[in-house]
Design a protein around this ligand. Structure first.
Ligand code: PHE
Length: 351
């Protein structure tokens, strides 16, 4: 049998196979059958020794030509099949369907509220600072005028780390740290962060978030405190908000004040809007009082200034606010534990 004649039969035979190949995998199989290492062409080439030395160059040349031809046939069919596949994919593609957005994650509601509050104070000229969650007794209590063995330290349900070291029970140690660092007024800082108390039930978690504010200068009065906090609370909850200041006690402020705002849910009426319109019997958020306690504050006690080496001329105010409480009110969340469970169905709602 003439090898050259056999060579020449390869192209027509591949062509009829290709005509029947309707997928890329069938095409790949043909490619291997004809052009693979053990394919039809390779098998013919391996028979070269059957030829006389004089016939070999002509056969070699012919074989190369056939190889090129077969390769071209396969490639042509391949591009046709690829084009067909693309066309049918396009035919199935409905550009009028809504797109699917990749999920990118979102900020935790506590983070969102902390960022918003800090931004509001940054706009008023307060600088955001942060400090350690493991604190010395000096910063958390002593310098804040909690005398040693004073029962006021009990109020805080302290988690002790070791002798003289505690998990901070509030962000107020940042008052001490910022004054020690700056050495002299003026000073206006806002310090968000985690705090810890030995407390755990439906309305308390052992870790929660506070934001501390501190402003120190000369001739700062309760009026500045009142104006600043009223402006802040109205920016946070709306310009219609009513704000009320009540006397209270903290060891590190004198006078000490607690601030109430008109209830977010019932707008201070004490009665809940009912589903039918009008008002229902009682408001569950403010327990029908119309008021919600929102933060503690006061004028810095001179004893605190003495601890950090600020002179008697200094005056200032500080406040501390619970972030979870603000977030619950802002987003209408009824259960504090939602913040700590990490349930994506809850977290995905905050973007
Ligand atoms: N640190 C106080 C608390 O946790 C709040 C507070 C801060 C009160 C600053 C007055 C001034 O209850």
């Amino acid at each position: 049998m003439n090898l050259i004649a056999e060579l020449e039969r390869l192209a027509p035979s591949l062509q009829s196979g290709l005509a029947r190949a309707s997928s890329l995998s069938e095409l790949e199989a043909l490619h291997i059958d004809f052009l693979g290492r053990k394919g039809a062409l390779a098998r013919l080439m391996s028979r070269l020794p059957e030829l006389s030395p004089g016939e070999r160059p002509a056969f070699g040349k012919a074989a190369n030509a056939v190889k090129e031809e077969l390769t071209a046939l396969v490639e042509r069919r391949r591009s046709m099949l690829v084009a067909e596949a693309e066309e049918s994919a396009l035919a199935r593609f409905d550009p009028s369907l809504p797109g699917r957005r990749p999920w990118t994650g979102s900020l935790h509601p506590i983070t969102l509220v902390m960022e918003e509050i800090c931004r509001l104070f940054n706009e008023l000229g307060f600088e955001t600072i942060s400090g350690p969650e493991v604190e010395t007794d000096f910063h958390n209590f002593e310098a804040l005028n909690f005398p040693r063995d004073h029962p006021a330290r009990d109020m805080q349900d302290t988690l002790f780390v070791s002798d003289g070291i505690v998990m901070r029970t509030h962000t107020s140690p940042m008052q001490v740290r910022s004054m020690l660092e700056r050495k002299a007024p003026p000073l206006a800082v806002i310090a968000p962060g985690k705090v810890y108390r030995r407390d755990s039930d439906i309305t308390h978690t052992p870790m929660f978030h506070q934001i501390e504010g501190l402003l120190v200068d000369k001739n700062i009065s309760l009026a500045h405190l009142r104006g600043t906090l009223t402006l802040f609370l109205r920016r946070l909850f709306g310009s219609e908000l009513k704000v009320r200041f009540r006397p209270s006690f903290f060891p590190f402020t004198e006078p000490s004040v607690e601030v109430d705002i008109s209830c977010i849910l019932c707008s201070g009426t004490g009665r809940r809007p009912s589903e039918q319109g009008g008002y229902d019997e009682s408001c569950r958020i403010c327990k029908s009082t119309g008021w919600l306690e929102i933060l503690g504050c006061g004028m810095i006690d001179p004893a605190v200034f003495a601890h950090v080496g600020f002179d008697e001329q200094c005056t200032g105010f500080a406040f501390g606010l619970g972030v979870e409480r603000v977030a619950m009110l802002k987003y209408g969340i009824g259960d504090l534990r939602m913040f700590f469970e990490g349930d994506l169905r809850f977290l995905r709602q905050f973007v």
